[in-house]
Design a protein around this ligand. Sequence first.
Ligand SMILES: [Mg+2]
Length: 314
Amino acid sequence: MTKLSELGEFGLIDRLASKVGRGKEVIKGIGDDCAVLDGDDFYTLLTTDMLVSGDHFNRDWQTPRQIGWKSMVANVSDIAAMGGYPLWALVSLALPDDVDVEYLDSIYDGMISASEKYKMEIIGGDTTHGDILVINIVIIGRVEKDNLCLRSGAKIGDKICVTGDLGKSWAGLDLLRAGVDGYTDYHLEPSCRLEEGRVLAPHVNAMIDVSDGLSSEVMHICKQSGTGAVIDKDKIPVSSRTREAADKLDKDPYQWALSGGEDFELVFTIPESKIEAVSDVPYVIVGDITEKGTYLLEGKQKKELSGGYDHFRL
Ligand SMILES: [Mg+2]
């Protein structure tokens, strides 16, 4: 018997990907932020995320409204990473005995607010009973064929950029876990970079959202593109609020940025010559796409990048 933790989350995904998704209308199956299906005028994007109480959210410090909001944002972020826009959502819930009607209403209020913000609509789903609260969301979106951004498009020489500061979500989570006061708003009510993704899409070579930490997102791009990368630690944007949290908790804020996740910023690679075309979007250059090997530059030292958050290796 092989334990799931031996394969790890990404090994498991590779194993499953090798078995499915080879139809001729499947432009991209498992292995990107969304599945991509062919169509006449545009590609259809499909993404799904399952959120489990205790693993992905904590009912002790997240209100039901916040849980609903964040579940939706996490999925929209995957649509943003493809350069597309969301249209419809299906929401399935496993509900334990201690979830009452008012609690459920609040989860839905959060989901509906996020749907309004990102101009999409919940059109269906499923409800069932379960031992703990589980939320599964499917989002259906679209992208113009010319605008599709895959993880696999990075080219040697591209600059690696991020749309905002990193580590902010995990900083909040660690403050909440420790019961220490500080900035937790972003962890509780994050947003994603949908509009920015639309602006970036015509210009970038590869794109992914930060759900598991910069390190793991860059490694995904490199694996799919057949390239390497060097990230310059000094260039990773970390806000003063995140540094404050790190000071309070005696933690390394760069560890949060590299391996925490849930920041829902976009990581993209772009030729230097095209950077000016995306100047309407906030971005910071954090590294370069290279021929091979994935490294973190710390001063003059070059270390191997290590993986981000893995749900099977806690
Ligand atoms: Mg993603």
